[in-house]
Design a protein around this ligand. Sequence first.
Ligand code: HEM
Length: 409
Amino acid sequence: MSSLDAASFPDDRDPTLPGEPDPYPWFHRLRRDDPVHFSPFANAWMLTRYADAEKYLRDRRFSRVAYLDSMRAKYGAEQPILKFQSRELSFLDGDEHSWLKDVAAKAFTPARISAIRPHIRAAVDASLDKLLPAGRFDVIADYAYPLPADVISAMLGIPREDWTMLREWVDGILLSRGIVRTAAMIETGDKSARAFADYLSRLISARRQYPSGDLMSAFIAAEEKGRKLSDDQLVSMIETLFAAGHGTTRSLIGLGILALLKNPDQLALLSAEPARITRAVEEMLRYDPPTQAPSPQVALEDVEIGGKTVRKGEAVSVLFGATNRDPARFADPDKFDLTREDLEHLAFSLGPHYCLGASLARAEAQIAIGVLVERTASIELAENNPVFQQAGRFRGPVGLKIEVSARRS
Ligand code: HEM
């Protein structure tokens, strides 16, 4: 039986329902019964209707800085993890946010993404060369987990032998930034943030002396409106790029493959029409978004949303799993349908905090999933009920064992 067997939406649980294999019936119920819902657990209003979320995400009367201030008041201002966060894009507003985003955007120009595609393809092929002959592997641990770290490290110029260590620190940092944070989570986050910052500071000073063609050198040299990044900002930027794209992209690959395996007709369609992969990845993002909620923001004045008044000082977030399956926005929303035309999902959010790495994440998922399907004659789930991540607002299977037979060329 599901742990969700109460009649109403559980007030004593993280509203993103981590660990739940299928939270969607609950999101439907919440959208129907209480679409602008106050979650005591998150101490925030959670929006579930697409139209409400679309308006809210573009509304400048909400602030990330004010939200981080409320976290400082709750957990203490001196924590390394909160100091780290205060320099991140996700926790800045207004002009300071736009300035930093303009600097960061230089990493994700269409030319840079096109240039990295052959590297992604080579990494995926090398991985499948090893995995396919065995006939059975874990999509998460063996295939999806290494890819985003390999790709962002190559872009940034982080030595290959170091990225396993960085990935572990990033996991520690991510664990500590759910809507709800326990003392143990914060301690792990603090330790990881310190280790990450020490490592990067050394690498940055080496790069200052000997610049190369990588992104780290580009960020060091970057100047926007007469201002350069400080060393602290550089560390936070690199940590952000590593952290933001790591678990999310891994989960997109895992959730996407899981959706295909649970819908064999759609897998057959993709196998017969490989060019459909671009749209297929958009449908995967809509159907089961890896980020189930954006960081909350605090209202700077009283704001009316969907018939409720959010008071000045109260926090608001969105349940993307609910908005992406809103029947008022998407026809037959629970159907995983690779022929769907309307694909304007919110998986990468909207407005000023729209995902910076969306084009990179798309490229990685299109290549990882597309090439797996192209190179296999059959793929099946080796275990029926994958376990989902138990904490935080990021959703994805912890492991996904599959059986495969390679396609003969
Ligand atoms: C499937 C993969 C991904 C998903 C689903 C995803 C989703 C999101 C979402 C929903 C946000 C908004 C969060 C918020 O408002 O609090 C966001 C922001 C962001 N993402 Fe992604 N992301 C993915 C991959 C990446 C990658 C690969 C990178 C970079 C390497 C990246 C970098 C960022 C950054 C820097 C922000 C903050 C933007 C800002 O606040 O202005 N993401 N992402």
